[in-house]
Design a protein around this ligand. Sequence first.
Ligand code: 3H9
Length: 701
Amino acid sequence: MGDAVTYSREDEIAFITVDNPPVNALSLPVRQGLQDCMRQFANDSAAQIAILICDGRTFIAGADITEFDKPRQDPWLPEVVEEMEACDKVIIAAIHGTALGGGLETAMGCHYRCAVKSARLGLPEVTLGLLPGATGTQRLPRLIGVKEALDVMVSGRPMSAEVAFERGAVDELIEGQDLRAGATAYAMKLLDQGTKPRRIRDIEINQEGLGSKFFKEYRRSAERRTRGFFAPEQIIKCVEAAVTMPYDEAVQRESELFKECMKSAHSAAQRHLFFAERAANKVADVPRETPLREIKRVAVIGGGTMGGGIAMNFANAGIPVVMKEVNQEALSRGLGIIRNNYEATVKKGRMSSAQFERCMDLISGVTDYSGISEADLVIEAVFENMALKKEIFGELDKKAKAGAILASNTSTLNIDEIAAATNRPQDVIGWHFFAPANVMTLLEIVRGDKTAKDVIATSMAMAKTIRKTAVLVRVCFGFVGNRMFFPYVREAQRMVLEGVPTQRIDKVAFEWGMAMGPNAVADLSGLDVLDKVNNEWADKPDDPAYCRVITKLVERGHFGQKTGVGMYQYEGRKSIPNPEVAELARTEAAVLEIPQIEVSDEEIIERLMFSMVNEGALILQEGIAARPSDIDVVYAHGYGMPRYRGGPMHYADAVGIEKVVSSISKYRDRYGDLYWTPAALLTKLADSGKSFADWAREQGA
Ligand code: 3H9
């Protein structure tokens, strides 16, 4: 303790400096240090004004999230903030980097705020299933207005310093990057003007334009954007309190609602994902200091929907990319789709015309391998066919420059086999994008047996550059995401054969939080695609009932959304039940002698989720994923699982591994061993009363 916050003075200006790397989080020594230094300032008769400033890359980025699972230790942040505000002498917050969560709340306890233009300010607690619990819900509406504050807190998105200045959350913008000099000049100006402390708690909330239905309507629109999440409504309640109650009572209400959030399963899940996403970046045998290969130019082989989406990611990051197609017609079509996608983004106001032109300029097309030899990274994105992929990699081996990374966007196939088609398997790696590739944030990076460490390190770093969340996995059919998705679809299909309506399964999954139910997703992915993958799976289960309805629909040419009929019928994008499915299921169930049974909502979720969890446990046993939390990141980013569930493995921990194993055993008694034998890891955990998280800790993962 002691050095996290220091007090110093230059003439009449005191500096309270926070130094708690990496992000100056408000751990106990920082809270204590702030309180001590503030008191020192109050008692320092030579100091007339104080500047709260941070060393390192950022202003305070929030409360220390690692402390949230431990007992509370005083001084608690709200008290520190209130005490700071009560000071009789002016305190200024000087902001660079990010002032987030408790960091912005601390800055709002100061009487004025100045910031460099590159700074960002926000209250992202909602992303952790929390609300700003150190008076932020009371102060921000007073500073920038009720609607604006709600938008900031419910979305969790930070404001740029310039926007914060326009709205009144920042009082002075500092030109250039010399924050200390700029803040000092600002302090001198305030001293010259004889400025007194301005306390946000004393500001009247501007209620202009807040009609009687304001909160009702705001709730309705927030509910559409944040379906299922607990924290947004808690935030709205806090702001409602700010508008209707005296300040001190409303702060009390904020504190109660914060505690409810903190205790919620949602927050535990969302905090788990916060750390899971950061852990996924770390690869045990690839040290942080591994030198990276330089990636200045990229080539994408295949200009279909996937290839085009992949190319857009690089153009968006300012990296030139050449796309190869087999002939001019296919190339023009591919480039046309990219142009249309960008134009739609411009129309929605999410991209300027200048950005659009810049991105289009960065994308070029070829119909042969010319241009490929200049690329530092080549991503093959043709359709899922081993022979074709091998042919392309053989060609790349001849044409790509030495040291280029050769990546395959395969969703299931063996990277080692693809690598063996080259004389440089150390340069070959899987980059599994998720459709639409320019939108979905997940990138499964698949290391082969011979993939070089610098190829892994460069791939992980490039993923960050193109704003993807990367998870490193090893080779198996379907890798992590799809391998676990197969049992999910399999169980949905089996339930359809057992007489459960397609739409009921999807409704239950949707209400549990999935972005779409399994049948709707199957239709979106294409039933023909799923059927093809099943047929190419060497270890496909020996089970005539396996995805039977899909197979029968495909035989009839019903491929899902793309043909207008599949597990549902489609009128445009709207789905309606397909009566053919129920009838087909009945007929097939009779042939297969599958009894029609009553399935409860609870069973629907158990069969969908626990079948995945069991597969996830096998994946961990086999070392395909390094940590259970990596699997959770895959599901949160690539498969529409709501963040408040924390991913399938965290969900299993939350439900209790013993319960998971006892349910799996129940289904084994009903269906036999083929699918429902509990993985050895699950049984071991259940027997020892441990969770996946305990196991990961023990493994040092
Ligand atoms: C809050 O404030 C509640 C209050 O309202 C009420 C209290 C009563 N705590 O992300 P990075 C670690 S809730 C502890 O890779 P970047 C992170 O785990 C909080 N640790 O860097 C990582 O560790 P490692 C509201 C934290 O440059 C390292 O720092 N605030 C915290 O890409 C680097 O992080 C937030 O939600 C933390 N608060 O991004 C902000 N933050 O190296 C959360 C980070 O061992 N933080 N770490 O893996 C962020 O959004 C980003 O970290 C930030 C930097 C944008 C700041």
